[in-house]
Write a protein that binds this ligand. Structure first.
Ligand code: BV8
Length: 237
């Protein structure tokens, strides 16, 4: 079997919507009745760390019991035919739960904590609440391992390198409003086919030709799977 084609997928909150997890836009900027910047920014954490810890404790519990949907499962299935690399803005673990083996989290993950002093000092916490103020042993305290607004995105470099090598690029479930993540689309080489799956695709401005499926991920991704298998003439049962 020749080397599998590199299929890079950028996902956002929309792919987890059918698993019952709220997206930022559905929340209309008010997340569980909080202003996003009060609970998902470094300033917000400095201002009221207990509120931020409670906010993430709630989301951690919700995400822990969420199950992957057909969108996540399709991307995991595609690993049979393609070298699939997922770049996700999501902090849930639904891609991993569905069986995807190459997932790069741009904005952190709910199930680990990090030192407030050293982002590389992390620990797994599963669905446990994370009390504020517990020493991380390096002079800092444990905080959610999330990249907040106003913080740099350490995984952008590996993400950009992946996108530059992609032979196929799929964007699903993101409003492409948050940078630098949204800028990844600019790193797709000319001539590489791009698909975009989003029920509100008409609201998303993209600067290049993309094949749009204005449908939920659970319907759109199996359709894209069929198109890819046909396009890349992969005999499939
Ligand atoms: C940085 C973790 C610099 C939190 C997140 C002014 C202009 C431009 C930029 C800025 C600006 N002011 C500030 C900035 C920078 C800022 C930014 O981009 N702000 C935006 C709001 C304008 N960015 C940052 O701060 C970033 N850092 O710039 O650092 C720096 C450099 C050096 C030193 C210091 C600082 C960091 C951003 C990361 C923030 N953290 N997440 C958490 O999750 O708790 S961002 C968060 O929102 C997500 O991770 C995601 O990235 C983003 C948007 O979410 P989406 O995933 O796109 O979800 P959304 O709800 O928007 O859209 C869902 C889509 O799904 C919709 O289109 C919907 O139609 C669709 N959908 C719905 N149902 C379905 C569906 N699709 C498919 N199927 C369905 N069923």
């Amino acid at each position: 079997m020749p080397d599998k084609k590199l299929l890079v997928v950028l996902t956002g909150a929309g792919i987890s919507a059918e698993s019952g997890l709220k997206t930022f836009r559905d929340a209309g900027g008010l997340w569980e009745n909080h202003n996003v910047l009060d609970v998902a920014s470094i300033e917000g954490w400095k201002r009221n760390p207990e509120l931020v810890h409670r906010f993430y404790d709630e989301r951690r519990k919700q995400a822990f019991s969420a199950i992957p949907n057909e969108g996540h499962r399709t991307l995991a299935r595609l690993e049979k035919y393609f070298d699939v690399r997922i770049i996700t803005q999501n902090v849930d673990d639904l891609h991993e739960k569905a069986g995807s083996t190459n997932v790069l989290h741009l904005h952190g993950d709910l199930f680990s904590a990090r030192s407030s002093k050293n982002p590389l000092l992390t620990k797994f916490i599963g669905d446990a609440p994370l009390p504020y103020g517990e020493s991380s042993g390096d002079g800092g305290v444990w905080r959610p391992n999330i990249v907040w607004f106003g913080e740099s995105v350490p995984n952008m470099t590996p993400a950009m390198e992946l996108v530059e090598k992609a032979g196929i690029f799929v964007v699903v479930g993101t409003s492409l409003q948050v940078y630098p993540a949204a800028g990844l689309l600019d790193y797709v080489r000319p001539g590489v086919p791009v698909w975009l799956a989003d029920p509100n695709a008409h609201e998303i401005r993209v600067e290049r030709r993309v094949q749009v499926l204005a449908k939920p991920a659970g319907q759109a991704l199996p359709e894209i799977e069929q198109q890819l298998l046909t396009l890349f003439t992969i005999a499939h049962e």
